[in-house]
Design a protein around this ligand. Structure first.
Ligand code: ADP
Length: 485
């Protein structure tokens, strides 16, 4: 038996409700596919609204008790979960590679990154503070306390099957909230295994439930309409995020939204070009380009554009494409055929509009959902690829001549998640970082995510922050207690 078959035979595939593996009320299941082959790798329980309400019943039953648990105890459970996740690195990494497609090296990186949210928030659980002050008028005192917001719903995407979960679960549990997670349909297995690990770490039954489903709305709509739910936290497309914000209005829910991006990656003429090429490889090709922080528009000063483009093309053309679990693979498949078709359509549109293909540009024939690593140069401003999130291994390069032109182009989008730029000039670095309409800015770096930093966007990229000392605030409500002088 191969290591993949052995792992798949041992991972949980049923719903996780109230601390137990559970069959759905309606008894349905759906298939999980390996994107490197197109083959079905598991049949997973398919939740519906009735299952969701059972999970909410359990969450509500234990909410007060969990909120009253000593912060040190919540911290201990999260810390233990971090240890267990790290111990299970190889299983979690292989599982992610099999259901999502990224290379094993990247999956191992995600386990380390995803686990870190559990450790970080184990440390934050014991530092939830408030404030005290005297009223300026002298006739009262002001005490501000923090309380968990209550039962939360987390809806997570397929591109980081572990980390997008722990980034929500870590702070929710640390704050004393219960949580129901609806993982993405393409990648439910990683989250089910995580639930089992959290239980092993000592998380009481009911505090966390995981509901895989092939019909997201059938699970999320009854929860969002239920007055017992107090918050929804979502990572995914801006389209679905807007829908969830609308639905959240019914019960005036707290919302955290990590939505789409259209990150500019700017290379100024005073940049270290080799450093910028290395940064662009990371910002573009990490996770196969399937990241909301991925460099979507590479804007390069015309004085260095040919040098940068030639060097980047050489690196991208040399990437070894294949199943993520095979030795030597540097770029895995896309998540599914629909996503690959969307990437191919963006490339075709850009080429029609006048972009030049420097390497790649095509779907790879054969099984699995592979797309050639691609570099497009001279991409015109009118091409769809400039406006829309690519979510694939395609670098789209456009030239510019002045700093003002680069900033205007960078900000010419309804998104505002991540932005990157390369310069050796400190004054320019401070000026450009301030001018970019973006929740996160990487200066001379191609990777910005860090569990200790607040991740989040402005404009239509989202609401709120995840990670950092800010991340736990999303799960706390503020109470002001007025005291006499
Ligand atoms: P993508 O297009 O990259 O899959 P989505 O925003 O569609 O991004 O998916 C992100 C998450 O949102 C997934 O867990 C998905 O199942 C969920 N989702 C999609 N549509 C809805 C919906 N109408 N209501 C609630 N959740 C949804």
């Amino acid at each position: 038996m191969s290591s993949i078959a052995r792992l798949l035979a041992s991972v949980p595939t049923r719903l996780w409700i109230d601390g137990a593996d559970t069959d759905p009320v309606d008894g349905g299941h759906f298939s999980v596919v390996n994107p490197a082959t197109g083959a079905v790798v598991a049949e997973v329980a398919d939740a519906r609204g009735k299952d969701a309400l059972l999970a909410l019943d359990a969450a509500c039953r234990v909410q007060d008790e969990w909120a009253a648990t000593a912060p040190r105890e919540r911290s201990r459970i999260l810390r233990r979960a971090w240890e267990l996740v790290v111990e299970r690195t190889e299983d979690l990494a292989l599982l992610m590679t099999v259901e999502m497609g990224k290379t094993l090296a990247e999956s191992r990186g995600e386990v380390a990154y995803g686990a870190e949210f559990l450790r970080w928030f184990s440390e934050e659980a014991v530092r939830i503070g408030g404030r005290y002050t005297e009223a300026p008028s002298g006739n009262g005192r002001i005490l501000v306390t923090k309380a968990p917001v209550g039962p939360c719903l987390a809806i997570t995407p397929w591109n980081f099957p572990l980390a997008m979960g722990t980034r929500k679960i870590g702070p929710a549990l640390a704050a004393g909230c219960t949580m129901i997670v609806k993982p993405a349909e393409d990648t439910p297995l990683t989250m089910l295994l995580l639930a089992e690990i959290l239980a092993e770490a000592g998380l009481p039954a009911g505090v966390l439930s995981v509901l895989p489903t092939s019909d997201a709305a059938s699970v999320t709509e009854p929860l969002l309409a239920d007055p017992r739910l107090r918050k929804v936290t979502f990572t995914g497309s801006t389209r679905v995020g807007k829908l969830l914000i609308e639905q959240s209005a019914q019960q005036v829910l707290r919302t955290s939204m990590e939505l789409g991006g259209n990150a500019p990656f700017i290379v100024f003429d005073d940049a270290d070009v080799d450093g910028a090429v290395t940064g662009a490889m990371a910002a573009k090709m990490r996770n196969g380009g399937e990241a909301c922080t991925a460099a979507n528009r590479i804007l390069v000063h015309n004085a260095v554009r040919e040098e940068f483009t030639a060097k980047l093309t050489e690196r991208i053309a040399a990437l070894r494409v294949g199943p993520g679990y095979e030795d030597g693979t540097e770029l895995g498949p896309l998540i599914n055929d629909r996503q690959r078709g969307a990437v191919a359509a963006l490339v075709a549109d850009a080429v029609d509009a006048g972009a030049r293909v420097r390497t790649g540009g095509h779907v790879v024939d054969g099984p699995g959902y592979f797309f050639e690593p691609t570099v497009l140069d001279e991409v015109p401003a009118g091409a769809r690829i400039v406006r829309e999130e690519i979510f694939g291994p395609v670098a789209a390069i456009t030239g510019f001549d002045t700093e003002a032109e680069a900033i205007a182009a960078a900000n010419d989008t309804e998104y505002g998640l991540a932005a990157y730029f390369y310069t050796r000039d400190l004054d320019r670095a401070m000026r450009v970082a301030a001018a970019l309409e973006s929740g996160m800015v990487g200066v001379n770096r191609g990777v910005i995510s860090d569990p200790a930093a607040p991740f989040g966007g402005v404009k239509q990229s989202g609401l709120g922050s995840e990670g950092g000392t800010e991340g736990i605030d999303e799960y706390l409500s503020t109470k002001y207690i007025a005291l006499p002088a």
